[in-house]
Design a protein around this ligand. Structure first.
Ligand SMILES: *[C@@H]1O[C@H](CO)[C@@H](O)[C@H](O)[C@H]1NC(C)=O
Length: 128
């Protein structure tokens, strides 16, 4: 009886492990493009585990990075944008189901660009 219980627990644990390991995951690429008028953009993005550091992005250039996210959308990336004395903080990637990860930084703010949908203003510039 004791052995059966232990065996049952082991089988249950193994089943849970298999379910966890078989979670589908997707390759996500986040891409942020500088479309400011003649201004260098500073981009600093981080997740819970990764700090990508601050990068200067010239006009017309992009910064992009890729990672895998699992079905439960465990990964979040927050980005700080800076140009002169203006700042924007926004969530560049929040969840597995959020398929748009293309951002374009313009003079009035940062725009999301979902594939096949109109772009939208995600956040405007602020002076701290
Ligand atoms: C990032 O987006 C820009 C502007 O849409 C595009 O030109 C560039 O090819 C993209 N880069 C990647 C790696 O997707």
């Amino acid at each position: 009886m004791v052995i059966n219980k232990a065996l049952l627990s082991a089988v249950a644990l193994a089943t849970i492990m298999i379910i966890i390991m078989a979670r589908p995951s997707v390759q996500v690429t986040v891409n942020i493009t500088n479309q400011l008028t003649q201004k260098i953009l500073i981009v600093h993005c981080r997740s819970k585990d990764d700090d990508l550091g601050a990068h200067a992005v010239a006009v017309g250039e992009s910064i992009h990075w890729s990672f895998r996210d699992n079905f439960f959308g465990g990964t979040h990336f927050w980005c700080k944008l800076a140009v002169e004395d203006k700042r924007i903080s926004f969530a560049a990637y929040e969840a597995y189901f959020e398929i748009f990860t293309k951002w374009v930084v313009c003079d009035d703010g940062v725009y999301g660009q979902p594939d096949g949908h109109p772009s939208f203003l995600e956040a405007g510039w602020r002076r701290p």
